[in-house]
Design a protein around this ligand. Structure first.
Ligand code: SF4
Ligand SMILES: [Zn+2]
Ligand SMILES: [Zn+2]
Length: 359
């Protein structure tokens, strides 16, 4: 197998493009795919400050690397944001890898740690709120990514959702004919009152390609999936799509691009309606349709559950209203040696879950 670009031995084939590449040509190919996606969908403008949600996984680290490469041409600033979700050893390891990537390159990594800064880890927050863990996780990510970008003066949050992720989410949304989710599923969500722009520059590159990119570029990433992902529907949809792709290369790409080009518009109104009539959360100021936003409710429920546990352990009666504490955010560039918090993998790959606000 020879590289289609330079006729040297190829290291990877991309069947849906009917092409094979050597290492350097493949890296150029990935950069070009991402550059064209950003350009075609007007994801990032000249001079933007971009915050990349990094999780220690291949997609988000590859995205950070790719955007850094494009930063000069696009005249953009690119920093990382790492959110610790408190998911055991898995989180510790992915956090370590995200920090290492930043340290080795002298990059700025903003860190938020759910247990330290907001008083709960994803598993316990989910239990307290009687939500599925991925639901509590996804809601926390959306809220905290947006808040961190607003606090830091960033124009846009970039996440590492790849073609496989988008195809799996789309399949799930179509199987349920969930109009609001379908309306919200697009690689660019524009900024609005209280919301920064959200973009997914990897929507045209596959998961396998991002793994190869990391290997070729020498990027060390966490290979294990989040343990909470085991058995969830998102992975089952990926398996089905992988089977279809094996039989007919290009299926995922045409499924996703066909939706974006020809069907998304039909659902966009449903999603837009859910953005109307939002008002600032009485606790944190984020846009919400109610008085208190979903994240503040989750934080409060987790706090109440923890206080009740502590009271039970101390033998005291349980009746403990919990104050909503002010969150803190640490800046990696400002505090280089104080990072012990855990992480998530799915910062770049949140499974779909119900949310209160459509962003
Ligand atoms: S699988 Fe993804 S969304 Fe679910 S808990 Fe893990 S990191 Fe969060
Ligand atoms: Zn080549
Ligand atoms: Zn709030």
């Amino acid at each position: 197998m020879k590289c289609g670009g330079c006729r040297q031995p190829a290291v990877i084939d991309v069947r849906r493009h009917n092409a094979a590449f050597c290492g350097p040509c493949f890296v150029r190919h990935c950069r070009e795919q991402v550059r064209r996606t950003i350009h075609d969908l007007r994801m990032i403008a000249k001079g933007d400050r971009v915050l990349v949600a990094v999780s220690g996984g291949k997609d988000s680290l590859a995205l950070w690397d790719l955007l850094l490469d494009l930063a000069g041409d696009l005249s953009i600033e690119v920093d990382g944001l790492y959110l610790g979700l408190g998911i055991g050893d898995y989180s510790d390891e992915s956090g370590r890898l995200a920090r290492r990537f930043a340290d080795e390159r002298g990059l700025r990594l903003v860190e938020i740690d759910l247990p330290t800064d907001h008083g709960f880890a994803v598993p316990e927050g989910a239990k307290a709120a009687r939500r599925a863990p991925c639901s509590a996780c996804g809601l926390s990510k959306r809220h905290l990514f947006n808040q961190a970008a607003l606090d830091g003066g960033y124009d846009v949050v970039a996440t590492g959702h790849n073609l496989d992720d988008e195809a799996a989410v789309l399949l799930g949304n179509v199987l349920r004919w969930d109009g609001e989710y379908l309306g919200r599923q697009f690689p660019v969500l524009p900024a609005g009152e209280g919301f920064v722009r959200k973009v997914k520059p990897l929507v045209r590159v596959g998961e396998r390609e991002m793994a190869a990119y990391c290997v070729i570029r020498g990027i060390d990433y966490i290979v294990d999936e989040c343990p909470i992902a085991a058995g969830n529907k998102h992975l089952a949809y990926k398996e089905v799509l992988n089977d279809l792709e094996r039989r007919s290369p290009g299926t995922k790409a045409s499924f996703v691009s066909g939706f974006f080009d020809r069907a998304h518009e039909r659902f966009a109104g449903t999603a837009a309606e859910s953005r109307e009539g939002l008002r600032p959360c009485a606790s944190c100021g984020s846009p919400t349709p109610g008085e208190i936003c979903a994240f503040c409710r989750l934080r409060s429920q987790a706090g109440s559950a923890r206080a009740a546990d502590a009271s039970r352990a101390a033998g005291a009666p349980v009746d403990t209203p919990v104050a909503i504490a002010s969150p803190q955010r640490r800046d990696r560039a400002a505090e280089p040696d104080t990072h012990t918090g855990p992480t998530d993998r799915g910062a770049a790959n949140p499974a779909p879950d119900p949310i209160e606000v459509n962003r």
